[in-house]
Design a protein around this ligand. Sequence first.
Ligand code: HEM
Length: 485
Amino acid sequence: MDLTNSVVWFAIALVSTIAVITKIARARTVVDPVCNKPPPPVKPPPPVVSGGSLIRLLHTFLTKGLRAMIHEQYTQLGSVFTISFFGQKVTFLIGPEVLGHFYQGVDSEISHGNTLEFTVPMFGKEVIYGVDSATRYEQNRFYSNALKPPKLRNHADPMIQEVEDYFSKWDQQGTVDLKWELAQLLMLISSRCLLGREVREKMFKEVYTLFHELSDNGLRLTSVLFPYAPILANYRRDRAHAKLSEMFTKITDVLQNLMDSNYKDSRPTTEAEVIGLIMNLMFAGMHTSSAASTWTGVCLLSHERWLRAVIEEQNKIVLKHGDHVDFNALMEMDALHRCIKETLRMHPPTATVFRKVHTNFTVQTREGYEYEIPSGHIVVSPIHFNSNLPYIYKDPDEYDPDRFGLGREEDRVGGKFSYTAFSGGRHACIGEAYAYMQIKVIWSHLLRNFEFKLVSPFPDTDQSKLALEPKGKVMVQYKRLAACV
Ligand code: HEM
């Protein structure tokens, strides 16, 4: 991390922490309804980093980055520790042993709180973080229904068609920025599969521009921290929301599923709800999938052994299924699946997930220490750190997709929450199967039709983005193979 970056990061860290803390501190805390006071702690609270240690911690963060900072505290204090900053307590949970309640606790005890309030003006107050948790739970059920396996099967052919069309426009050989190419392609796939053929064919350019305007402005630091302030970014975000809403009133597909959905009390979804839900779904899937598919390419092109293994698998698939790959063939791409999974272990697009504690809970570390995490704390599961613990993953810095193979299964041996690239428990990613299918469609096509060489050096991670993508351009040389599929 160079000095300029460090200063920028320090400023961002400071401003965001203070603002998030202030907001969260103002949020309502759930209290015992009988005595009107939180119950007294039974176990000791986690060790706290404060005072002089806090200055050392900030120094490590600024000079070496977040992962090094967590590592330092983890080695000194163990797998549960609290950072106290301007009165707000942020507790880090390291390792699957202490993550059970984080992922599985009910929303009344532990939830996203108002940490995602900035999404309300982006997608509307009728959906997700604009509504109470019971309604949100039902809305997530609509998503699951729209993306469950039988429906997923229907997405395979349109995805394959989009991918074939996109790469048919590439020359015989050339050099491209893989990151840019895949971001374009993923937007086309999302429009086709989530919004429907009509949008894809007639309004793609407009949707693409508006969607970027919505997310670029909605995700600016100023908009995240002050989502309702009268500033230009918020004005642009709201304008994009209004225009997209107008366009989305005309469309079908996954949208149709959401339109046909009913709440438990039989109330059908309203137009504003359907529009907000689809915007949220596209947003949840776009940046993460784009980062994931680029990282997958970077990892494969940098590891000859695995590149050969997935190409061999593709050859076998073609021998068995013929040239046209379909849903069943995609489900048989085990080596490619493991390579994607390993990529996401090492480069999780969502690096960290947060919750707010409403009711005290206890955790037990693998060394047997018990701590009570008090209500009011923000708890953090640093996915990128937890996916690299050497007592769970052998040689975690090695790209080794076989660690998920039969007999090793390192993601299971370590317990339920050892692999959390797609989160887990109550808020597990609803689009996981869809995301895998999408990345497999892209990379199986590319590997069957082109030869690649990574021209750029192995990229660093761009920490400034919401979904952690490779930093800068990812230049690759490609050459079309003789027999195209
Ligand atoms: C490689 C790609 C992806 C990754 C790494 C990823 C990761 C995640 C993670 C970590 C969460 C949980 C956040 C939390 O616990 O607070 C999440 C939630 C979610 N994801 Fe994904 N995601 C991906 C792709 C997708 C796609 C393609 C879709 C939709 C088509 C999608 C839809 C969602 C939704 C709706 C949620 C919210 C679930 C809830 O709050 O209950 N994701 N995702």
